[in-house]
Design a protein. Structure first.
Length: 406
């Protein structure tokens, strides 16, 4: 079934039927224009939204909510066949958003540096602050939690992405509404939000200033990060292009200074929409140069998750193609040389199904794999990689399913 524009709007606004069937999981992300915390002060609900990453020693780590909605870390030395005891860092009274695109994050750097980050919802709806804990001993112990950004207004600082670059610098990017608030107070129009960034040179012990990367981002889609050939990073996010088109923007973010110029338009679906689909993109380097990208959008009334190649500067390199499932959602992509893997979740009318495309020729051809099926509540599939290996982590209400893709 292919959703037309009316069906897409039903998904965004929480209409019954297909949208709810696909989004049974607390971490589904098909809720309104905003979700992931909602500024509630009621008792935390243990959501399923998680993230995964490989440590330098080859262990697979996951971060999410455990018992009683507490922040939990776990690791496996055998790619998910068995897991060590859960680790519950002391984060005081912090609450952790764990819903859809708003989920805890984990990143490993040099010198034993490990960081875990999350959004803490604040008192007003759709507001939050980016919080973090840091380790310098490979994750055995963590320091006290702190707020990453300098701005302390009770506004949107949410949907953080966290990654070390090849030079050991820790980049934190997030969706921010300080400029939206300024424009509103001045009686000026403002589309969407903005992307901000801060950088740490010492594994999270200290951070530089909050830097505006781009004005008029979409309000609540994840920001994809990927390594750049120069040792820095590049970012891909859903943006609001004039007059009101929710396509995707690409920008290098490796330098410490603020980037010059506007982001490059990386997708041309031309989706005119006064809402956020809460459905961010994925990005990975291509062996031939440029990047593999996946994203969700509506093109001429046809809503689909698409895969395409981007040039080194983020410009589209050829026509994108749709994933082979009309109900595919929340795809992600990873690459290592010629090997590329795209994973996604779809609903077959009775259950959620985990699928993958795997390529051995840098995305020129793919084979489709069915990796799992469940009628339990479940999260979006999350990818983790290290040289020579990529795995997908799929959390259901009963288990953490890990499948090696290459």
């Amino acid at each position: 079934m292919v959703m037309d524009r009316r069906s897409v709007l039903g998904v965004l606004m929480g209409a019954p039927g297909l949208a709810l069937a696909q989004a049974r999981a607390p971490g589904s992300g098909h809720s309104g224009g905003h979700s992931g915390g909602h500024g509630r002060r009621d008792a935390p609900r243990a959501g399923l939204a998680c993230s995964a990453a490989y440590a330098p020693d080859g262990a697979l780590w996951v971060v999410g909510l455990g018992e009683q909605g507490r922040l939990m870390l776990r690791s496996s030395t055998d790619t998910g066949r068995t897991w060590g005891a859960p680790q519950y860092p002391d984060i005081g009274d912090d609450r952790v958003a764990s819903d859809g695109e708003s989920r805890p994050k984990l990143a490993f750097g040099p010198q034993g540096w490990v960081v875990a980050a999350w959004t803490q919802p604040l008192a007003r709806p759709y507001t939050g602050e980016i919080r973090m804990i840091c380790s310098s001993d490979g994750g055995r112990t963590f320091g006290a939690p702190f707020t990453v950004h300098q701005d302390r207004q009770i506004i949107t600082h949410r949907f953080e992405s966290v990654q070390f670059d090849a030079r050991g610098r820790l980049h934190v990017l997030w969706i921010d509404k300080r400029d939206t608030e300024l424009a509103r107070s001045a009686g000026q129009p403002w589309r969407g939000a903005a992307v901000y960034r801060t950088v740490s040179l010492d594994g999270g012990r200290s951070f530089g200033p909050d830097t505006l990367l781009a004005a008029h981002s979409c309000e609540c889609c994840r920001i994809a990060l990927a390594p750049a050939p120069d040792g820095g990073l590049v970012a891909l996010w859903r943006h609001v292009f004039e007059p009101n088109l929710r396509d995707h923007a690409f920008m290098p973010v490796g330098e410490l200074r603020a980037p010059r110029g506007l982001p490059v338009r990386a997708s041309h679906d031309g989706w005119a929409l006064d809402a956020c689909p809460h459905h961010g993109p994925g990005l990975a380097p291509a062996a031939r140069g440029g990047y593999h990208a996946v994203w969700f959008g509506d093109r001429a009334g046809r809503a689909a998750v698409r895969y395409g190649l981007l040039a080194a500067d983020g410009q589209p390199a050829g026509e994108p193609i749709e994933l082979p499932d009309a109900t595919a959602e929340h795809a992600d992509v990873i690459a290592d040389g010629q090997r590329v893997a795209v994973v996604w979740r779809m609903f077959d009318g009775q259950a959620s199904v985990l699928k993958a495309w795997v390529s051995e020729d840098d995305g020129r051809t793919f084979r489709t794999q069915v990796l799992g099926r469940t009628t339990e509540d479940n999260d979006h599939p999350r990818l983790a990689g290290r040289p020579g290996q990529a795995s997908v982590v799929w959390r259901t209400r009963k288990e953490w399913q890990v499948e090696r893709l290459y």
